[in-house]
Design a protein around this ligand. Structure first.
Ligand code: FAD
Length: 453
């Protein structure tokens, strides 16, 4: 986008909307943000439950791109690997990567959003309207209706353009779909989630290793925990909604206590009020959103979760949304019309967001079940060894997704598929340790099947 710099309106001031506002302002646009909730900066830093997210290379790259990484860097807690808790209470660490920078970071969702909004709101030309809910779009007229929730009145705004970053349940996406302007599907997972908190000890210290993402893999369900700056951990139980065990069947203190004590005895001990938390906290839905296309003419485009929400098992949802913002910014370099920008953004991004959606679903089985299997652990160790021996040619799929923003998700998925076949072949039969692997054969196969990156 060059000469003409119109006002850009955005609905939803979550991570995607706030970052996009910063990038658009940098290009000289005035930005009006409409957010249905109250301003998160008016809430205390750690009000209520502390919910955290894993931030990785793609997200960090985008934050650096927008010049806001320094605002949040101090609030990041590095996690160097998965710390697996088996049912006997034994633990083992599976490192995420092999270089010192190959770590992911736990960050408070609330703090991150506050920091992004702080930066956006300081910029001249960015105005954020909180408690303003998008309600409807009239495509024939090119207008949208926003309700000012404080005054109870409706405001009409033009949609040229109106960017919809209103999250997984996007009202804009549903409106476009109901008018058959796009084809959109929401696929719910049979499993839901519940957040619990593991408090710090009486001296404010962490009660589990603070440098890891903790996992209690139990086959068809799992508990995970990420550290918070105040010494607590946010734990999340992922479990089937129906069936046994299932959220629906877990009612009453005795049933909840039995389930938690039998499945995660060590974690249960660290959560004296687990039953009260379990009864108080809601079961969250998990699902995948797929839409095509993501835009209507030059009027509106879906960006972030509103276009492609994914299940959280790769810790990539927000990272992917941040990468969207960088890609959207790049598309603005190449096109002078919004229709051109939106079309190019969709064409470039869709194969990659489809790929991360599929890999995130794959990763659920990996986290809740495979991480505990000796064969999987052998293949993990072997993939790190192959990366050491063939750098730039063999990179573990997890590393491609988490530590290499320059490798598109689609490439990570395709190469990951080839590599998975190779790892299965190299560890077949009696191979029980990395030392048993035929590395000469590995070299030949890598040369034949994987082009240099
Ligand atoms: C359990 C769980 C764990 C996760 N863990 C991770 C992780 O570790 N790492 C990671 O990268 N991602 C993770 N994610 C995904 C991440 O939360 C999302 O990808 C990210 O929040 C999407 O950002 P967004 O701004 O597009 O949407 P949202 O964060 O949903 O923000 C949308 C905003 O729009 C506002 N809004 C909604 N409707 C309207 C309306 N009608 N009018 C005006 N405003 C509206 C909302 O109030 C909200 O502020 C996780 C998700 C879940 C559910």
């Amino acid at each position: 986008m060059t000469n003409h710099r119109p006002v850009v309106r955005i609905i939803g001031a979550g991570p995607t909307g706030a970052l996009l506002a910063i990038l658009l302002q940098r290009r000289g646009h005035s930005v009006e943000l409409y957010e249905s909730r109250t301003d998160p900066r008016e809430l205390p830093a750690e009000s209520g439950r502390s919910i955290n997210l894993a931030l990785a290379d793609r997200g960090i790259h985008a934050l650096r791109w927008a010049g806001v990484f320094e605002e949040i860097e101090h609030a990041l807690l590095p996690m160097r690997g998965r710390l697996i808790h088996d049912s006997q209470g034994r633990t083992s660490l599976q490192p995420y990567g092999q270089r010192s920078n190959e770590v992911i970071y736990s960050v408070s969702r609330h703090r991150l959003n506050q920091a992004l909004l702080d930066v956006a709101a300081r910029l001249p030309g960015v105005t954020a309207h909180f408690e303003h809910r998008f309600e409807a779009a009239e495509f024939d007229e090119g207008t949208a209706l926003i309700r000012d929730l404080r005054r109870g009145r409706l405001i009409t705004i033009p949609m040229e353009p109106l960017l919809a970053t209103d999250g997984a349940g996007s009202a804009m996406r549903r409106r476009m779909s109901s008018l058959h302007l796009i084809d959109a599907h929401e696929t719910d997972l049979e499993h839901g989630y519940k957040e619990l908190s593991i408090p710090a000890d009486s001296a404010g210290r962490f009660r589990l290793d603070r440098d890891a993402l903790h996992i209690w893999p139990r086959g068809n369900f799992m508990l995970i925990a990420l550290p918070n700056q105040d010494g607590s951990f946010t734990a999340t139980l992922f479990l089937s909604k129906h069936g046994e065990p299932g959220f629906q069947q877990l009612t009453g203190a005795a049933a909840i206590d039995r389930f938690l004590s039998e499945s995660f005895p060590d974690a249960r001990e660290l959560m004296p009020d687990a039953i009260a938390q379990f009864e108080r906290n809601p079961v969250g839905f998990l699902g995948t959103v797929s839409a095509s296309p993501w835009h209507h003419r030059g009027m509106t485009a879906l960006i972030g979760d509103s276009a492609h929400a994914i299940v959280p098992f790769h810790g990539q949802g927000m990272n992917c949304c941040f990468e969207d913002c960088v890609e959207f910014d790049a598309c603005m370099d190449r096109y002078s019309s919004w229709e051109g920008v939106f079309g190019e953004f969709f064409a470039r991004r869709k194969p990659n967001t489809d790929a991360i959606a599929a890999m995130s679903l794959d990763n659920y089985r990996e986290m809740r079940e495979l991480v505990a299997h000796p064969k999987f652990q052998l293949q993990q160790a072997l993939s790190l060894e192959l990366e050491r021996r063939h750098p730039g040619r063999f990179i573990p799929r997890y590393s491609m997704v988490m530590f290499h923003h320059e490798i598109p998700y689609e490439t990570a998925q395709k190469r990951g598929f080839i590599q998975a076949g190779l790892l299965a072949e190299l560890t077949a039969g009696a191979v029980s340790s990395v030392a048993d692997v035929d590395f000469e054969r590995a070299r030949r196969e890598i040369d034949a099947r994987l082009s240099p990156l």
